[in-house]
Design a binder for this molecule. Structure first.
Ligand SMILES: [Zn+2]
Length: 324
């Protein structure tokens, strides 16, 4: 899990607001119209209209995750709807139509993905999520996971900080699970680093010779319950090791990759990396980590984690085995 850290999030959020409002009729107009019609949701629509219309970061569309959580509490206490329940299915569908996430995604999904430049899935760090498009030719973009799921919180389906670019596997694994910032890691707020670390468990010397059945990848959660929950939801242990609970050694997952890191550690000892760094310092490398990056073909510094898949795994295993 890698944090999405950007300096321009507020600017993007404001543009996002304008994009949402560019639909005709505007979201605020749709909400205002509904708030005039008598019905079960009338007072809720009135509140939503007021909250969406608020200026700048106060608006429900661009509120921070902390504020969104406050809003959820406020709405639940005041109106008592539980849209995840079947009895509120019709109301949920109505809200989904008003907020129209599909319409937004069709029109602005590529814009948002391109601006955020999240090239690797923040949840698993295993899949690339490049956005590739040229003019009208849209080729591929990440999916947007709704941190607060669309079913329970349809009124947050267009909120900027609720849209997490992610790979389709993670989006599917999370599904309609009820996430909140007290129990789950929100990628706009934090990541695994530096609390949780991957580590290896060797079950025989054959692992070093290349037998991936003799090595296991573990995640040290640092006792953090949020990390634990996150790892469970996104099946990190299973996916990194490549096995399910029934047949352990069907696929090697990323264990073969980790064996190569260990082998590189044994081949290129510390003095070799020091020498490499000293020879090419100022040409290819600014820091010693740059030399390690070249040897491992992956980023091993905090700010590089989001640039390549398996970077967190690479960083942790390199630390564990003394490459860093
Ligand atoms: Zn993913």
């Amino acid at each position: 899990m890698i944090r999405i850290k950007r300096d321009n999030l507020n600017t993007l959020a404001r543009q996002h607001y304008k994009n949402v409002e560019s639909f005709s009729p505007k979201l605020t107009e749709r909400l205002e119209e509904r708030s005039r019609k008598p019905g079960v949701l009338q007072s809720f629509y009135k509140q939503l209209f007021k909250d969406v219309k608020l200026k700048n970061s106060e608006s429900l569309l661009i509120s921070t995750p902390e504020k969104l959580e406050e809003k959820i509490k406020e709405y639940t206490n005041t109106f008592g709807f539980d849209f995840s329940k079947n009895i509120h299915k019709t109301l949920r569908r109505e809200l989904q139509r008003v907020f129209d996430y599909s319409g937004y995604a069709k029109e602005y999904g590529y814009w948002l993905a391109k601006e955020l430049k999240v090239n690797v899935c923040p949840y698993c760090n295993r899949q690339y999520t490049f956005t590739v498009s040229r003019g009208r030719n849209k080729i591929v973009r990440p999916e947007f996971d709704h941190f607060y799921n669309k079913k329970t919180y349809p009124y947050l389906s267009l909120s900027f900080y609720n849209l997490i670019p992610s790979c389709s596997i993670c989006n599917r694994l999370k599904g309609f699970q009820n996430f909140n910032i007290k129990k789950n890691i929100h990628p706009y707020l934090s990541g695994f680093n530096p609390i949780a670390k991957f580590k290896t468990k060797l079950n025989g010397i054959e692992a070093i010779w290349g037998d991936s059945d003799k090595i296991e990848l573990l995640l040290n959660t640092g006792g953090n319950p949020l990390v634990k929950k996150n790892a469970k939801t996104f099946k990190l242990k299973e996916l990194y090791n490549g096995y399910g609970t029934i047949r352990k050694n069907d696929v090697s997952g990323h264990r073969d990759y980790v064996i190569e890191i260990i082998q590189k550690r044994l081949i290129y000892n510390s003095s070799y990396i020091d020498e490499l760094f000293e020879t090419y310092q100022g040409i290819f490398f600014k820091t010693r980590e740059d030399a390690v990056r070249l040897v491992l073909s992956n980023y091993v510094t905090e700010d590089g984690l989001e640039k390549r898949v398996l970077s967190k795994l690479t960083k942790d295993i390199s630390e564990e085995w003394g490459l860093l």
